[in-house]
Design a protein around this ligand. Sequence first.
Ligand SMILES: Cc1cc2nc3c(=O)[nH]c(=O)nc-3n(C[C@H](O)[C@H](O)[C@H](O)COP(=O)(O)OP(=O)(O)OC[C@H]3O[C@@H](n4cnc5c(N)ncnc54)[C@H](O)[C@@H]3O)c2cc1C
Length: 386
Amino acid sequence: MTTLIEPEEHKALRAAVAALGKRYGREYIARTVAEGRHPTELWAEAGKLGYLGVNLPGEYGGGGGGIAELSIVLEELGAAGSPLLMLVVSPAICGTVISRFGTEEQKRAWLPGLADGSRLMAFGITEPDAGSNSHRITTTARKDGADWLLTGRKVFISGVDMADAVLIVGRTEDARTGRLKPCLFIVPTDAEGFQKQPIDMELNAAEKQFELVLDDVRLPADALVGDEDAGLLQLFAGLNPERIMTAAFAIGMGRYALARAIEYARDRTVWKAPIGAHQAIAHPLAQAHIDLELARLMMQKAAHLYDAGDDIGAGEAANMAKYAAGEACVKAVDQAVHTLGGNGLTREFGLATLITAARVARIAPVSREMILNYVSHQSLGLPKSY
Ligand SMILES: Cc1cc2nc3c(=O)[nH]c(=O)nc-3n(C[C@H](O)[C@H](O)[C@H](O)COP(=O)(O)OP(=O)(O)OC[C@H]3O[C@@H](n4cnc5c(N)ncnc54)[C@H](O)[C@@H]3O)c2cc1C
């Protein structure tokens, strides 16, 4: 890769994070999952080395970089087999929203902890009856004196058991137009009226998903992040990094799976030559590699635009990057499993479990179809069916 696309500092960061990831690897994650633990050691070490907060402002304990740097961290940890899903949420969404729109007090209270990993914030937008249609969000905040009372339900919220707080997307009671006028609230996970219930997912991951019930959760006035009336802009300031980081998650996982398949295909010999000599095995692996590289290019473009302050340009590129990376990851994992034959389905080789994990990048945080809708309408100007 040329320096034009990847500057020397990025290459150095990539190499350093890859070395950290290698020390932990897939075995570490498999062990933490089996023991029902969180990847605390890796999270703490990555925090200490400055990787978790690499995108956050230097004056609040961060590295002063951007999403370009944070996406490198997640991609390389994933490529080593030890991705940290909460990087998508805690520093990328919550850290970004607080650094861009939070008050000085909120920044001081949260950013240093999010940057060194000693504190963690989850993010809750998805609701059972709204799903992809976030305009239907009904989690509602009403004023009670100076306080807010927040009521609603959320689903599939990742990492709530690891989090000190959840950045909840709600709406104010007087949203008269029926259009989404979101507001963002920092809700401590130990607040009265905050209940969490784990969802039984077919995912072999250390980060669990939760259903949340918010029953008149009382919050101080300063729980609101940003302006009550500038909601959508603020929300997208967090959602674009989320999409770029999901692309990084997917590319890392795809690279990990592909590397295992290549190792296997070089050695495994059932006829005269290793199976990797058969084009039926080699070509799909080559295609998977090309697709992952292309997805990474789009991710780098999205991160570049976002870090340069072009929220609109970044919106389109982040959607495209998430789409390309999700598809590339699903195909790479599928082909990797196939390359290993029966071993692709053994626990020892640990690839089959990635089949469901790879699907996450196709569904969340915005599904493949919703991205195709976005590109159809926003980029191509085609009419809407819904
Ligand atoms: C592992 C995991 C972790 C997650 N973590 C979080 C989290 O931390 N925080 C959070 O807020 N959410 C989280 N989510 C939720 C995720 O963002 C949603 O699952 C996603 O937005 C899709 O919503 P849904 O599941 O309700 O699907 P639905 O909206 O019900 O969609 C179902 C299907 O219908 C399709 N569809 C819907 N509308 C249209 C349309 N107009 N045109 C064409 N097709 C359409 C979709 O593409 C999809 O295939 C997570 C989900 C998973 C699986």
